[in-house]
Design a protein around this ligand. Structure first.
Ligand code: PGA
Length: 256
């Protein structure tokens, strides 16, 4: 049984004080849904404030990116040891970082290995562009991204990894993939790829989220799909009411 995981990717929104007061209130609202892992991923500068604000609450903290080196002359970058104690999860491979920061599959693979080496849990985002989708290349492309991100990572590490299928054309556009398509890519493509790489037992326990215009009104639909283990959410995770409803829907759909 995979515990669903709902993660709010706050992108470049919320100051340190806004983020801390938001999570204090959020913690009260979503405390009851203990069958769901609840994660907020604030901007780097808000990590320390949020980490302090969630002490004693069930909310876990994630970062939005990381460098693969432990330290060095990399102006503006954040190293894995700097996140230890502040974050449990780290999003890597987000399409905005691939597109705007020029991140490659190879860099994402190095980041994944660096995170694991420091006991941090990667949330690895993959997903195709509209052009790739239109051309019928989604399966091959997404499977290739998964293979590249996981190259050289052994099966013992896999329970620490979360994957997120985020079709680029659905991010922040209000155009979400249908839940049937999400199930097809998550179950049929990504979990199949994991099965080929690690065998069925490992593939069965890795959690795979859907992301891309997830809102309170479509969350239950995604969560009703057997292979969808939660959501990576941008816009809707910035609002207390919406975040609460997302967690509630995940809890109800996958409740045990
Ligand atoms: P969105 O963003 O929910 O605003 O579409 C999702 C993401 O980028 O992770």
């Amino acid at each position: 049984m995979r515990t669903p995981i709902v993660a709010g990717n706050w992108k470049m929104y919320k100051t340190n004080s806004e983020a801390a007061s938001f999570v204090r209130e959020l913690a009260l609202r979503i405390a009851a849904y203990s069958n769901v892992e609840r994660v907020v991923c604030p901007p780097f500068v808000a990590l320390a404030g949020v980490a302090e604000a969630v002490v004693g609450t069930p909310i876990k903290v994630g970062a939005q990116n990381v460098h693969w080196e432990d330290q060095g002359a990399y102006t503006s970058q954040i190293a894995p040891p700097m996140l230890v104690g502040l974050a449990e999860y780290v999003i890597i491979g987000h399409s905005e970082c691939r597109a705007y920061l020029g991140e490659t599959d190879e860099m994402i693979n190095r980041k994944a290995k660096a995170l694991l080496a420091h006991g941090l849990k990667p949330i690895i985002a993959v997903g195709e562009s509209l052009a790739q989708n239109d051309a019928g290349d989604t399966d091959a492309f997404v499977s290739g991204q998964v293979r590249a991100a996981l190259q050289g990572i052994d099966s013992q590490s896999m329970p620490s990894i979360v994957l997120a299928y985020e079709p680029i054309w659905a991010i922040g556009t209000g155009k979400s993939a249908s839940s049937a398509v999400a199930q097809q890519i998550i179950g049929g493509t990504i979990r199949k790829t994991l099965e080929e790489l690690y065998g069925v037992q490992v593939a069965d326990l890795v959690r795979i989220q859907y992301g891309g215009s997830v809102k309170p009104d479509n969350m239950a639909d995604y969560m009703s799909q057997p292979d969808v283990d939660g959501a990576l959410v941008g816009g809707a995770s910035l609002k207390l009411d919406d975040f609460t409803k997302l967690v509630e829907a995940a809890s109800r759909a996958k409740g045990s």
